[in-house]
Design a protein around this ligand. Structure first.
Ligand code: S3P
Length: 436
């Protein structure tokens, strides 16, 4: 995959944001839809697939392993090869910026008798893979990684591998999903024990594709050598993308935005819970279930926000939303305190340091601790702005400062908006359209 060109963009104080926001398909669910369709035998159709570069990296890797994937507009037709059917890729699998592609595909490869090399961009090459390498090695996969378990890495899978019981060390839907995907081609029952619940898209979708999966308390069990049935999947809009618009509308006076068909999986909606507690005006209507996932429509209107203490227990359900929460906090009245967020230091960037540095640069008062930030809000007043932000190859840092720029006296320049293309192509243009 080509590294995209740096694209600087300027964000300045805007009028109210108004109108309907078209959102990208959920990134997490899109990866899983492609992978499970690949493991079914026959044709599945996926509607609403994310058009971002991360999901494109998953599609390209699956194609390189023999899966037929034809993308058309907002969807894809996938000709699955059946569990155990992946072929030896002829070249390295370029994961770009995508940790989810890497960790989940490592799981799939681990129980196939093939070898694959995983490479990625500078951000992904700094991220820890040991958390997934260790349990996959216990399955019998052979992994040679860079220092500290980092990319590039070579993984040789094993089939048949022996099932295992794994207790999660860090709350991570990616590690859990890697093991469940590996388990599809392992005879017997694999068990994953998850003391802290994380998003359960994999479990829901495995069930929908016909896998024998059970969830009892903290334990998830999956019977391998599964015969998955192809099916049609409708991917909901991404709540992690909706989060940026929800905060933008909350902080810019006079705003009113609508978002439809937004995924409302309980493992994803912590930000909306916290925003509501901060005083945000968010109405959810038309709640329904689509293909095993709860969805609904959101109406978000501007409202004065107040600072809150965010309980660390909420972290897994809003793990990707802290950068934009810190922006909301910077415009709230009073202090917002967060802790228990060490995981944010190993995302696409060190998100605690990136947000602390960027917010300070635009005039917010922020204190960085080892595992969280304390942000003193402006009480709805614009911040100074007038800074250039390095998004550190991290889409959520880029989009967070784009939103912050809408409420600053002087423009905020994001030195490179191209990372937004990993999850939300067209984000900057959408902000502009909503402000017109
Ligand atoms: C994801 C899980 C989370 C999240 C990531 C997507 C997933 O990562 O941050 O953006 O799709 O499973 P962890 O599993 O590392 O917490």
């Amino acid at each position: 995959m080509r590294q995209s060109e740096a694209r600087a963009a300027t964000f300045r104080a805007s009028g109210p944001l108004r109108g309907h926001c078209p959102l990208p398909g959920d990134k997490s669910i899109s990866h899983r839809a492609l992978m499970l369709a690949a493991m079914a035998r026959g044709r599945s159709r996926i509607a609403g697939l994310s058009q971002g570069a991360d999901v494109a990296a998953t599609a390209a890797a699956l194609r390189a392993m023999g899966v037929g994937i034809a993308r058309d507009g907002g969807g894809a037709a996938v000709d699955g090869v059946g569990t155990g059917g992946l072929l030896q890729p002829r070249q390295a699998l370029d994961m770009g910026n995508s940790g989810t592609s890497t960790r989940l595909l490592m799981g799939l490869v681990a129980s196939h008798p093939i070898a694959a090399v995983f490479t990625g961009d500078a951000s992904l090459s700094r991220r820890p893979m040991g958390r997934v390498i260790a349990p996959l090695a216990r399955l019998g996969a052979d992994v040679a990684a860079g220092p500290g378990g980092r990319l590039p890495l070579a993984l040789r899978g094993l089939a048949p591998a022996a099932p295992l019981a794994h207790r999660m060390q860090v709350p991570s839907a990616q590690v859990k999903s890697a093991l469940l995907l590996a388990a599809l081609n392992i005879p017997g029952v694999t068990r994953v024990i998850e003391p802290v619940a994380t998003r359960d898209h994999s479990e829901r979708m495995l069930k929908a594709f016909g896998a024998e999966i059970g969830v009892a308390g903290e334990e998830i069990s999956l019977r391998g050598e599964a015969e998955l049935r192809p099916r049609d999947v409708a991917v909901p809009a991404d709540p992690s993308a909706a989060a940026f618009l929800a905060v933008a509308a909350s902080i810019v006076p006079g705003s009113e935005v609508r978002m439809t068909n937004v995924g409302l999986n309980p493992g994803r909606i912590g930000l909306f819970t916290v925003l509501a507690e901060m005083g945000a005006d968010i109405t959810v209507s038309n709640r329904r279930d689509e293909g095993g996932e709860p969805v609904g429509d959101l109406l978000v209107r501007h409202a004065p926000l107040r600072g809150v203490d965010v309980p660390p227990e909420l972290a897994p359900s809003m793990i990707d939303e802290f950068p934009i929460l810190f922006v909301a906090a910077a415009f709230a009245a009073g202090e917002t305190r967060t802790r228990g967020l060490g995981e944010l230091r190993v995302k696409e960037s060190d998100r605690l340091s990136a947000m602390a540095e960027g917010l300070a640069a635009i005039g917010a008062r922020v204190k960085e601790a080892e595992d969280g930030l304390v942000v003193q809000g402006s009480g709805g007043e614009p911040l100074a702005g007038g800074a250039t932000i390095d998004p550190r190859l991290d889409h959520r840092i880029a989009m967070s400062f784009a939103v912050a720029g809408l409420m600053c006296r002087r423009p905020v320049i994001v030195a490179d908006m191209s990372p937004a293309d990993t999850s939300f192509p067209g984000f900057s243009a959408l902000l502009g359209d909503l402000a017109r």
